[in-house]
Design a protein around this ligand. Sequence first.
Ligand code: NAD
Length: 505
Amino acid sequence: MAQTASALNAVRHVANWINGRAVESDSGRSGDVFDSATGKRCATVTMSTNDDVAAAVAAAQQAFPGWSQTPVMKRAQVMFRLKELIERDRDELAALITQEHGKVLHDAHGSIQRGLEVVEFACGIPHLQKGEFSPQVGSGIDTYSLRQPLGICVGITPFNFPAMVPLWMFPLAIACGNTFILKPSEKDPGCSLKWAELLQEAGLPDGVFNVVQGDHVAVNALLEAPEVAAVSFVGSTPVAEHVYRTASQNGKRVQALGGAKNHLVVLPDADMDQAADALVGAAYGSAGERCMAISAVVTVGNAAESLIAALKPRIEALRVGPGSDNNNDMGPLITAEHRDKVRSYIDIGVEEGATLVIDGRAHDITQSSGYFLGPSLFDNATKGMRIYQEEIFGPVLTMVRAGSFDEAIGLVNDHEYGNGTSIFTRDGDAAREFVNGIQVGMVGVNVPIPVPLAFHSFGGWKRSLFGDSAIYGMEGVRFYTRMKTVTSRWPTGIRAGAEFSMPTM
Ligand code: NAD
C-alpha cells in the first residue's frame, strides 16, 4: 500500500470512487494537477458530470438503511481501524500533500495529525451520540431523546488542507450513521482516493463513502440533488455564500465556512521575541495558505518599532524552497495563477502607499520553476487599503499601527471576516477585555493560531461562516444528526381511555 517515490514520479490519474471502487466518468473532461514545487503536471483528475453525481447519490442512498442501522459499536470499530491505517500510511499521505499542495513535509504531517484527532474523537461515537432519558416524567411515563443520522451528507473541500478539512467532516458524519459524498478540491485531489481505500480496508461497507471529483458542475449537482440531506462546505467566502444559499433553498442543512483575515494584536507590554516568533510561523507557514493564518498584525502605541525590529531578521531568515526538503520553512503556492494573484496584491499595496518592508517578489526563489514567492511584509497600512481589507491567502503580512487598545479592537470588530484572532500581552485585564468584546469566532491569548482541538468545535463569525453550526466536536455530532424525543407509557397506555385536554403529566 505504501506509495513509493517512483509512484509519485509518474503522472497519476485521480478518478471518482463510487460504491466501493474507482470509476471513470464518461464526461471525457479532465483537469491537470501540478507539482507546485516544479510546475510539472503530476496527475490528471476526472471532472464529473450530473450523471456521475447521480451515481454517487444512488450508491449513498442504497447504503444508508444498512449503515444507519449498524450498531454504534461496529461503526466505532471502523473509526478505530481507520485511525490505525492513517497512522500506518501517514508518510505516504504527507508526500502526496507536499507534492500536490506544496506545503513542507513536516507541515503536511501536522495537518494529518490535526485531522487524525477528529477520527480519534469519532471513535467515541457510542458516548457522543447517546441520548438523554428521564424516567417517570408522569405517572408511568418516560421521556427520552435520540440523535439519529440525517441520510446522505456531502463535503465540499478547499485546496489548502487536502487531508485535514475532509477529516473534519466524514469521520463524524459516517460514525453518526450517515452516508457521505466527498467533492475534494480539483487542485489537489490525490488524498481523496486514499480515504476511500483506507475506509474500505477498515471494513466500511461499499457505498457509505463516495468521492466525486471535479469543479462547480459537480458541486452544483450535489446542491440540487433532492436526496442529499446536509452539506458541509469549506472554501472562499463568495463560494460559501453560493453554497449556503443554494443548499438552504433546496431544504438542506448547511454549514459553509468561508475566508478570513485574521488579526494579531500586539500590545506594548508583550514579549516581542515571543510575538515575532509566533507571527512568522502563523503568517508564512504553509505559504500563508491557511484559513487561520495571521495576515494582519495590529500594533498598539509604541509596540510597532520593537516588533518590526524583532520580526525583520526572522522573516529574512525564512528558508523558502520545495516542501520535500524538511529543512525549509515555506514551500510554493498552489498554482501559477494563485501565485500571480498574491503577487498582484504586493503591487496594489505599494500603489496604495503602504511601506513595503520586505518584498517577496524579489526573493531568489522566484527564479525557480515552481510557484514560489518569498515572504512579504507591509507596514503603515491603513483601514481602507485593499491589502488590509481583502483575503490575500499568501505569504504577505500587513501591519497596521493603532493609537490605542480601543482602536485595535475596533479594527478587528469592523472587519468583514471573523474567523480567528489573537492578542499578545502580559496584561490579564486587557486580554480578558479582548476575549470578551472581540467579534471573532476563535480567539487566542499569546497563542498565534487558535485552532480548537477535535473535542471543541471550529467556526468563525461574520462572513467567515454561513449557517448556525461550527464544524467537528460536539457541534459536528449535532450537525450530522437530528434529535427525536420520545414520550412513552407502558403498560397501561390507552387502556384508561382517550384524553382530550392538553397533557400536563
Ligand atoms: P474555493 O472556494 O475556490 O473552492 C472550494 C471548493 O468549492 C472546491 O472544492 C471547489 O471545487 C469548489 N468551487 C470553486 N468555485 C466554485 C463555484 N463557483 N461553484 C461551486 N463550487 C465551487 O476555495 P479554495 O481556493 O479551494 O480554498 C481557499 C479558500 O478557502 C480561502 O478563502 C480560505 O480562507 C478558505 N478556507 C476556509 C477555511 C475555514 O475553516 N473557514 C478552511 C480552509 C480554507
